[in-house]
Design a protein. Structure first.
Length: 94
């Protein structure tokens, strides 16, 4: 084994994985698709240009605001996501 092979210094092992482990420890549901060919459905999205998970956003909004009507929840979700240009995930995340 070469010396540099002993240590795997990459973003996945030193940033992403520790953060996912920490979030899991806080009770978050982790969707780790690193080893799979991803589809939008795996991430609860209709396509990869969506920054948020629309269904999860609506579901959680109802959970914390149970008095809102369905159309009000849809309007809030629309307003929260309206600023995304929709041309690509990286651009939308920025």
């Amino acid at each position: 084994m070469k010396p540099f092979e002993k240590y795997k210094l990459d973003e996945r092992n030193h940033v992403e994985k520790p953060l996912l482990d920490q979030l899991s420890g806080l009770g978050w549901e982790i969707i780790d698709l690193t080893e799979e060919k991803q589809t939008p459905g795996h991430t609860f999205r209709d396509n990869f240009t969506e920054v948020v998970m629309p269904g999860v956003l609506r579901e959680q909004h109802v959970k914390i605001n149970p008095w809102l009507a369905r159309d009000q929840v849809d309007e809030v979700a629309r307003q929260l996501t309206a600023a995304f240009p929709g041309t690509g995930l990286i651009e939308n995340n920025q």
